[in-house]
Ligand binder design. Sequence first.
Ligand SMILES: [Mg+2]
Length: 187
Amino acid sequence: MEGALEPGKSGRRALLLDRDGVINRDHGYVATRERFEFTCGIFTLTRRAVDRGYAVAVITNQAGIARGYYPESQFFALSRWMTDEFRREGVDLAGVFHCPYFANGDVPAYRRDSFWRKPAPGMILEAAQRLQLDLARSIFVGDQPTDMAAAAAAGVGTRVLIGDGQLCSAGHTTLTIRHLAELTATL
Ligand SMILES: [Mg+2]
């Protein structure tokens, strides 16, 4: 039942966000702040979510690390900057979860399959455990079918696909939007 407190089911609701294409425009392997362009409406959405009691966390595949396009240290530095920008906008991110692994990568240390890489649910399940989340009452926002598949596999109740409406998502999507403001209005 919505809101019922049962043992082990008292976790927080979360707004889980894919990064590229949701938080920032997807220019392809974004690794510098010069190329990091926040999307319209992201701060309004996340402020509303925090006001409503949601934990806000980022769930991002970062195959660029395995491909050797940028080191993991650069990803961490960019994430610290991004987290500071959110804080300046009044939003404390609960966490940034990333998967540096990719089976066809060029950097041996990161060249492998991973349960963390979307469409597998590992990153979301890890976030749920670390942040004590109730995934069934949580929301995932992504711009790819793999985001929707990962969220469905993890048991996230509301799966929001943002895009131009052209993508098919094999039934994992529960809401399709063209602009983040459409989701903000429902929170
Ligand atoms: Mg994306």
